[in-house]
Design a protein around this ligand. Sequence first.
Ligand code: A3P
Length: 301
Amino acid sequence: WLRSNFSSEILPARPTLFDFHGVSMTKHFTDNWENTQNFKARPDDILIATYPKSGTTWVCYMLNLLYFGNMSPERQKSVTLNERVPFLELCAPPRPKGKDLADQLPTSPRLIKTHLPVQFVPKSFWEQRCRIVYVAHNSKDTVVSYYHFGRMNSLHPELGDWSTFLQDFMEGKMVFGSWYKHVNSWWEKKQTYSKLHYMFYEDLTEDSGREIDRLCSFLGLFPSAEEKEKVRAAVMFDNMKQNKMVNGSTVQIMNHDVSPFMRKGKVADWKNHFTVSQNERFDEDYKQKMKNPTLHFRTEV
Ligand code: A3P
């Protein structure tokens, strides 16, 4: 255990990555496996599923405001988003387990976050026919965001330099495994499971109002134009960055001096990181892995 130089909390040593049923994981997301798998979903639970660094926090906050923004303004100021929308598989003592937080959520519906690949989602979510919102983010910006997140977050395994990290990403040696398999298998699930809304980070940055409308129609919500506008404004990058309940500043394991959690919030920051030859190699490899013509990502907007 190491003492962090930016807070009084004792930080655990960084975890190691290992193969877990074919997916790279760390113990923080597998240690509570049986309990997580036995989670008892309710029919009105809403699962927000993403590969890490896809805009999870953004969409969690959006849903949180759409459902509860008016009802309990006090809760918005005193309870962090991480508690309002628990991270189901997280098991990082001394923090409470995500599964327990989800069990104890006082809200209805319960909003629950997960990064699990589709094959690992606890079966009760399917049995109860829960609504699921999946958010996908183009691979190039995701790997850049993940790299900076890995540097600032001590729950992430040790990482090498940028070019090593990029290579690891292409090989699926990331926490929660291969981005390529994650986005593809969730996309395939959508073809047979109608209560899945598949969103793109790039669409959100392009027109968040339109995406909020689509979300509402999926969720069966009918907020007034004024309410929608309030949500749209609250979830703007600069506003979220200032908001201590959602910007990660209360999370002790993150060092925002290394890189802020609310970092850039832009599409195409990859252009500031990829060299020309890295980009060529990446594109070549991408073509091999992304054969489904119906799943299309934009790397600029
Ligand atoms: P960057 O590192 O590219 O800035 P997640 O919540 O899944 O961990 O995703 C984090 C990424 O989403 C970060 O990307 C973060 O800045 C971005 N993000 C969070 N809120 C956002 C918002 N309101 N608008 C745009 N991007 C947002």
